[in-house]
Design a protein around this ligand. Structure first.
Ligand code: T3D
Length: 262
């Protein structure tokens, strides 16, 4: 996995600091990279580290082995003496902060879905800014099969990506969707040949790294408010964000470069 970058290995997440971006690999291939408390902790630490690194301008998340992520590790859910776990605690402590972080970070986050993305594993992918998928990848809203509702932002994000009718049926029927279908429905940006996935993801990250980071951050903020604003409110929000963009040195430098035809 190591190329030019420096690799730091931890138990359930692998991080490679590449030139301009950090690559984060979910690394529990035997369990299809299902979320444990440990994986959550390492993933959040990796994301926070990327955000704190001034040389990092994008993040790539993918999975080791044949899966992207199979959602919550169900082996962590033990019903001791018939006592049910309070799942809201895990959502509040882990899944919700993860989704919020990805949505709010200054960094563009690219998901390279290399295999099955199930349950909160699919929610993780859909929380990312740009999602590409290998031809053989698939998506399943498996929550209802085990008596749960979609979480980690899934009920908010997926209907906005594919519309209520499709999201509602996927949530209730838990059909498995191919990467091709996902692309046709607008769940993902594009699909690639399996062997080309990581190269394509790297290319996207390098392009993002070469784009003014101020613009990327403000685009994320504009899209966040557009989800609930009226048109008038959003026009006002755009004006304010564009004000901020306009006084950023990256704008001035980019315009001057254009005028020099450099
Ligand atoms: O609990 C909370 O905190 C609330 C939050 C919940 C968020 C959620 O994500 S709920 C949804 C949890 N995820 C699932 O229900 C998906 C369960 N997995 C599957 O349905 C299937 O594994 C897949 C459709 C993803 C893939 O099927 P397949 O046939 O390709 O693989 P497999 O044979 O089922 O799995 C391979 C191994 O991974 C197997 O282990 P083994 O027998 O070889 O030792 C399997 O048990 C393990 N695995 C797969 N998913 C999970 C898992 N182990 C633990 N947890 C999993 N989610």
């Amino acid at each position: 996995m190591e190329m030019a970058g420096k690799m730091v290995e931890s138990r359930t997440v692998l991080v490679t600091r590449r030139d301009g971006y950090h690559e984060i690999v979910l690394n529990r291939p035997d369990k299809l990279n299902a979320f444990t408390v440990g994986l959550h902790g390492e993933l959040m630490a990796a994301l926070r580290e990327a955000e704190a690194d001034d040389s990092c301008r994008a993040v790539l998340i993918t999975g080791a082995g044949r899966a992207f992520c199979a959602g919550q590790d169900l082996n962590e859910r033990v019903f001791t003496d018939g006592v049910a776990p309070d799942l809201s605690e895990n959502l509040a402590a882990r899944y919700n902060p993860l989704t919020t972080f990805i949505r709010n970070t200054r960094l563009p986050v690219v998901a390279a879905v290399n295999g099955v993305a199930a349950g909160a594993g699919a929610s993780l992918a859909f929380a990312c800014d740009i999602v590409i998928a290998a031809h053989s990848a698939k998506f399943v809203q498996s929550f209802s099969r085990i008596g749960l509702i979609p979480d980690a932002g899934g009920t908010w994000i997926l209907p906005r990506l594919i519309g209520d009718a499709r999201a509602r049926a996927l949530f209730m029927l838990a059909d498995t969707i191919s990467a091709k279908q996902a692309a046709e429905w607008g769940m993902v940006w594009k699909i690639t040949e399996d062997s080309a996935l990581l190269a394509e993801a790297a290319d996207i990250c390098l392009r993002l790294a070469a784009t003014p980071g101020s613009a990327i951050e403000l685009i994320k903020r504009a899209l966040a408010t557009s989800q609930h604003n009226t048109l008038d409110q959003q026009l006002a929000a755009e004006a304010e964000l564009q004000r901020q963009a306009g006084i950023h040195p990256e704008y001035r430098e980019s315009v001057e470069r254009f005028r020099r035809k450099a």
